[in-house]
Design a protein around this ligand. Structure first.
Ligand code: FES
Length: 170
């Protein structure tokens, strides 16, 4: 149970919200639960809801709304490639296709070793350094942008970046 393993962290989160407004702690508690379990199962959502007096359906509505919460299992880490319009103009779709081919997956799938789930996403607010992708792991989000407009991110560079997270071939 989250409360057994992370009582101090939960108390710290709840202390930031005044009495009568503990429900507002739902998002950091969901992040804590997701870090612990890898994704937010119905049981995890119910657990978070029970901490702050929210119904499981209310928690599920929040999980469903925000793209950084996940209600299904995936790889240990996610690589999320922006294929929105400005990035697409600089080859992001081709980049995503080639990276997926190198990893042996299609967008939305997880590599055979369980290390990476590859997703295409909309604007990550780095349009001036397109194409770009972000890595999401237990430590948070990490942006990887092209070094300069005339040096677009290559698949080989991206694979080297992914390898730096796992310590082994991506
Ligand atoms: S369109 Fe890709 S970062 Fe904005």
């Amino acid at each position: 149970m989250l409360i057994d393993k992370h009582r101090a962290a939960i108390d710290t989160i709840l202390a930031k919200y005044p009495a009568g407004h503990k429900r507002s702690a739902v998002m950091p508690l969901l992040f804590l639960a997701q870090s612990e379990y890898g994704h937010l199962s119905p049981e995890a959502m119910a657990e978070v809801g029970s901490l702050i007096g929210l119904e499981p359906t209310e928690v599920a509505g929040i999980v469903g709304f925000y793209t950084l919460y996940y209600d299904h299992p995936a790889g240990k880490r996610r690589v999320q490639i922006c294929t929105d319009f400005p990035c697409a103009l600089r080859g992001a779709e081709e980049f995503a296709t080639h990276l997926c081919q190198k990893l042996g997956v299609k967008p939305g799938e997880t590599t055979a070793d369980g290390e990476w789930t590859v997703e295409t996403v909309v604007c990550l607010a780095g349009c001036d350094k397109a194409p770009m992708f972000q890595v999401q792991d237990a430590d948070g989000l990490h942006y990887h942008e092209s070094a300069a407009p005339d040096q677009p991110q290559t698949v080989e560079q991206a694979l080297a970046v992914l390898k730096s997270y796992t310590g082994k071939g991506a």
